[in-house]
Design a protein around this ligand. Structure first.
Ligand code: ATP
Length: 225
């Protein structure tokens, strides 16, 4: 048992804690990775999983193949303790609805694991359009990540729904199996995958925006040119 799981075990019958940070990661960049570390520290979870999505329902086809995005994420987090990649959405055929992923995870982890799904304000602003979005809260906690470039503008149905579910700290989520909501402000690195793809398409450097291992992979495979 890790030090962190010793801290969380026993609270409300919770045995361990997992958080999911999903995205297209096309490609994964230092904005994602810095956030991953801060999310893990803020929640105090045993494990944070980066989960690349296969076919995002609300956006177009990604610029790199699924296996290439997976390879870049895996390489980027290789040395990070407590952060791993979860490829279940890439293995599933069809659209990656978060609610299906959470049902799958909950069935696998059982009720005694605190499960938290992390979403940026860009995703949160569209939450009312997600498949069966209210059911997410029966399966997991939700951690909202503020992004300076996407001011909060959630639908009133979402604001109303989460108001009764707010907890006082990120750590409080880790003591609950599901159903809690917290808004987290992080260091903001104004990096986006769209900007990285544009730089590559126009032959500019992406050094220090992504880990060297990701920049090397992109160069070796001639991606996004
Ligand atoms: P794109 O530019 O292609 O839309 P992106 O850079 O926004 O991509 P995604 O893969 O869509 O990256 O994002 C995955 C998750 O990471 C989302 O929850 C998103 O809000 C968050 N995220 C993306 N960029 C940052 C950043 N610079 N800082 C913090 N969180 C980020």
């Amino acid at each position: 048992m890790t030090e962190l799981s010793q801290q969380t075990s026993g609270i409300n019958g919770i045995e361990s804690s997992v958080a999911i940070f999903g995205g297209t990661f096309d490609p994964v960049h230092n904005g994602h990775l810095r956030s991953a570390i801060e999310i893990k520290e803020a929640l105090g979870v045993d494990e944070l999983r980066l989960m690349p999505s296969h076919r995002p329902p609300l956006r177009g086809e990604p610029g790199a193949e699924s296996r290439q995005r997976l390879a870049m994420v895996s390489a980027a987090i290789r040395d990070e303790f407590g952060i791993r990649v979860d490829d279940r959405e890439l293995l599933r055929d069809g659209p990656s609805y978060t609610v299906d992923t959470l049902r799958d995870l909950r069935a696998e982890l059982g009720a005694a694991v605190s499960l938290t799904v992390v979403m940026g304000s860009d995703a949160y602003n569209k939450l009312h359009r997600w498949q069966d979005w209210r059911s997410l809260f029966g399966l997991a906690n939700v951690l909202l990540l503020h992004r300076a470039d996407y001011p909060l503008a959630a639908d009133s149905s979402v604001n109303e729904f989460v108001s009764a579910r707010r907890v006082l700290s990120a750590r409080a989520l880790t003591a609950m199996s599901a159903g809690g909501f917290f808004e987290l402000g992080l260091i903001q690195l104004p990096i986006s995958a769209t900007d990285i793809r544009q730089r590559l398409a126009s032959g500019r450097s992406i050094r220090y925006l992504v880990p060297d291992v990701v920049a090397d992979y992109i160069a070796e495979h001639g991606l996004y040119t």
